[in-house]
Design a protein around this ligand. Structure first.
Ligand SMILES: *Cc1c(COP(=O)(O)O)cnc(C)c1O
Length: 356
């Protein structure tokens, strides 16, 4: 039994559920949300589940001025046997506190975080679609609600969880994406906030993404902030390259977001006896490997899409096609295994699943 008992106020007007065949990413929200307040001197208090709806904020609320906000993203899956399961929610609980620490937001008890997620999912479990490649996306976030215009950490915060039934993240499904290598804007630099999931990072990335979209690219591949030479991440996912049979990904050395999917991929590859190098690699070396026929796969990892294969890269007006524009063997296998564990079709040998 949980130590937490969050009072529930049920909606008087449940909404119609969306057509599971037409689900997009993050456009429809369920009937309820979780709220919890923080006041300096009192700590976190009054965790509760209420009908989903607008939040009233003072126009001076600090988040609206200085972006003191962190978030997480995870999913609920319906297993074949009807069980409702989460994938490594303890990692999200740990990571939201790393983000909180970095921008001076008070920590949330990790057990409370996971219990709040589960309590809300239980209330809205009918919103969890059963169709393949659909799930219930969970968005926990914390922001500074104190009305105050001085620049300092706030004394009041709100912790919110909302749920959204989702279809596949990319409309193309597992089809390989076209990625623009960004050599003007940067996402993160040493000593900055690239290692944490905070809203401000994403506002700063929109310009680059929009320019890439305009010329037909799905996402951007970020290079390091100092030299714009080493590959870092793809949009809001971690990036992997397979060169000469070796898997390479950027190390967690101060500018990379520590993805939970990234970590799961590393654990699986290790288990399969495949060599992985967590090392910096220059974009020029990736192009050279492609010219020499040694670049076999490129893929991005993240909760939303799990594994997203890359079929094309464009850097300084030079295009390369990866694996003939088709999904690679390892990308497909990783997708099948991780999504198989998430939906209970494959044995959970690492203890990644937490039942709701
Ligand atoms: C969320 C995120 C990821 C992926 O993390 P997961 O835990 O695998 O979903 C990677 N990079 C950035 C910048 C992110 O925000």
């Amino acid at each position: 039994m949980s130590r937490y008992n969050f009072p529930i106020t049920r909606t008087a007007a449940p909404k119609a559920k969306p057509d599971p065949d037409k689900l997009e990413f993050g456009t429809v929200f369920t009937d309820h949300m979780f709220l919890m307040d923080y006041d300096a001197g009192r700590g976190w208090h009054d965790g509760r589940i209420t009908p989903y709806g607008p939040i009233s904020l003072d126009p001076a609320a600090a988040v609206l001025h200085y972006a003191q906000e962190v978030f997480e993203g995870l999913k609920t899956y319906k297993a074949k046997n009807g069980r409702v399961q989460l994938f490594r929610p303890d990692r999200n609980a740990a990571r939201i506190n790393e983000s909180n620490d970095r921008i001076c937001i008070p920590r949330i008890d990790p057990e409370l975080f996971v219990e709040a997620v589960k309590a809300l999912v239980r209330v809205d479990v009918d919103w969890l679609p059963a169709k393949k490649n659909t799930s219930l996306y969970i968005r926990p976030y914390v922001f500074a609600s104190e009305p105050f215009l001085g620049v300092r950490s706030a004394k009041q915060y709100l912790f919110v969880i909302i749920l959204s039934p989702v279809g596949p993240y990319y409309k193309e499904g597992l089809a390989p994406t076209k990625i623009f290598v960004e050599d003007r804007y940067v996402r993160a630099s040493m000593g900055g906030t690239g290692t944490v999931k905070i809203g401000g990072n994403y506002a700063a990335s929109l310009k680059s993404q929009e320019e890439a979209h305009k010329i037909g690219y799905t996402q951007v591949l970020w290079l390091d902030g100092a030299e714009r030479k080493y590959v870092e991440e793809i949009g809001t996912s971690n990036a992997f390259f397979i060169i000469g049979g070796e898997v390479i990904t950027a190390p967690l050395s101060g500018t990379i977001l520590p993805g939970i999917t990234r970590d799961s991929v590393l654990r699986l590859l290790e288990d399969w006896g495949l060599p992985v190098r967590e090392e910096r690699i220059a974009i020029g070396d990736i192009y050279r490997a492609s010219d020499e026929g040694r670049l076999s796969e490129v893929f991005a990892t993240g909760t939303a899409a799990v594994i997203s294969p890359v079929g094309e890269l464009m850097w300084k007006d030079r295009k390369i096609i990866v694996n003939g524009g088709r999904i690679g063997e390892l990308s497909q296998k990783l997708y099948d295994v991780i999504s198989g564990v998430q939906t209970g079709e494959i044995e959970d040998k690492f203890g990644w699943i937490s039942e709701v």
